[in-house]
Design a protein around this ligand. Sequence first.
Ligand code: OTU
Length: 655
Amino acid sequence: MGESERVRQQAAQSLVRLLPRIQASFHSAGGTEMDWNAFEARLRREWERLFGLLIQLYGQQYDFFYHLEQLLLAAAQSWQRRAPWLKQIDAAREADPEWFQSQAMVGGVLYVDLFSGTLAQLHDSIPYFKELGLTYLHLMPLFDAPAGNSDGGYAVSNYRVVNQRLGTMDDLTALAQALQSEGISLVLDFVFNHTSDEHPWAQRAIAGDPEYQEFYYLFPDRTMPDAYERTLREIFPTVRRGSFTWRDDLQRWVWTTFNSFQWDLNYANPAVFRAMAEEMLFIANAGVEILRLDAVAFIWKRLGTSCENLPEAHLLIQAFNAIARIAAPAMLFKSEAIVHPDDVLKYIGVHECQLSYNPLLMALLWEALATREVKLLAHSLSHRFRLPKGCAWVNYLRSHDDIGWTFDDADAHYVWTDPFGHRQFLNAYYIGRFEGTFARGLPFQENPDTGDARVSGTLSSLAGLEQALQSGNEQLIDVAIRRILLLHSIILSIGGIPLVYMGDELGTTNDYAFVAEPAKADDSRWVHRPRLNQATLAVRHDPSTVPGRIFNGLIRLIQLRKSQPALYDGDMDVIPTGNAHVFGYVRLHAGRRLLILANFSEHPQQLDENTLRMYGPGRHFTDLISDMQLSADHPLTLQPYQFAWLEAQLTSSGG
Ligand code: OTU
């Protein structure tokens, strides 16, 4: 009998043993027959997979079966408590598992406090979200977190309590339901690599409870930290060197990959996996349809490795995925892996994360904007964009984080670019240390030893609007607005869910006031997390204003996206445009085809008529952006930063 056959038998036997106990507890807690049947069917469907994953991770533990049983009891209980409106969504999503592939999908992301104040006040903005066409809304971390610096909420002190400044759990659920009834899916974070040092688990560890000390990585002296650090990358070197923090109250070193108050969880301990699975299901039941898995790369550690992207990290996420399928089936995972593109891909799959940020596209769009050349963008995407069926990219231009240059070195060499020098250039360009740059940004986490750095700044400031507004030069302002719309035109058409960082739709520039707040001063990412500006919001319909020009341009693009069946799903082919400054690709779905072209330079660019003919057999196109007809009998001229969405007319009217 082979190993996998043995595991299959073991899985079947343990299910026979566990099911009656789970069922009895389900019914004694008031669960109905119908609900149990639905649960049991999904459990049976996912069981072998879940069991196989957990036995790989934790099979050596003497109390493996105890944890397994507790996990299933918790899953059943969570399902039993799941609200009827969520069970309806479960059914709808299971019947249409590709719902998120629709071209109608458009995402937005915001901080509740900076945008509206509280969760209750956010209801008033639903008409605005609908005006923008949003169907997906990511609210930045909103659970209980330390006062003062909490890494923007990424240090969670309690996954079941909303930060009291923002409201309550009831407010959150009410909002989720209100959004859902307007066709907007709620997206929240699962910050599962670490908790804050104020989380009850950390507090019990500090109080000396050995059970909870095992929830984290604690070391009595430098022996192990030194051994690990030989192969670790420093993530927040300006916070503190290395990845460990000495705690006087514990007399221990604590593993802290990020800030010193963010304690990495020890997933080698099955109790941690089980506890976090329960927290995950609790969050799911607040009405979350897409769960953003934060910092996925770091969740498993092994001595002598970088402790990033280890195989066990994937097993863990897949196990969480199986549990979600069983007890909160509507909920999808979105991977936040801002790492090498090969590693980004490994988190994406229907059994792992159905969605993923696309950090490569993000970084290379800025790269092309700085160089005015699309060779690295075109080459990289030509072989790195395709995803497995049932999965999708979340395409973004900016997030609440920094920009890092996570392209592949070999891709750079392929287009005759030195990757190290190029990253230095890009950093200099976007933090304003390069002569003639249009960008205004700040460095983030500059590492004095390696010379590494990342970039902070809002979309508009990095695209030249801040500098242009300061100069008062109308032509520069116009060019900056063109850059902003050009970038958006790509995330809205390239395939996947476009994600708008709220504020970008109004041309929000950097806010340097964060340096006056002690809790923010040391983290330059706050420069691009500004408060919603009511004055710009008020003029958004006035086409004579800068916010109005950006807003109207963007709304038009969003509406156009939604009307184009060719933009369904993520099938995308990069094409050779024959012009170093023009990025081009074809979108194809259900017999509908769009040829998308984008000029990344401030000079007019031409496209040869022969290139056009290859994509329009009838030789006639309509540009959906400008509403102009064009013919492939002549070369096409694209104005500075112009983009075109060309639909081929199959009937030739000319001759
Ligand atoms: C994430 O980012 C969050 O997006 C950040 O806001 C948090 O500070 C951090 O985790 C800790 O919770 O290092 O600079 O993928 O790039 O996970 C951002 C690797 C980060 C990291 C990413 C992390």
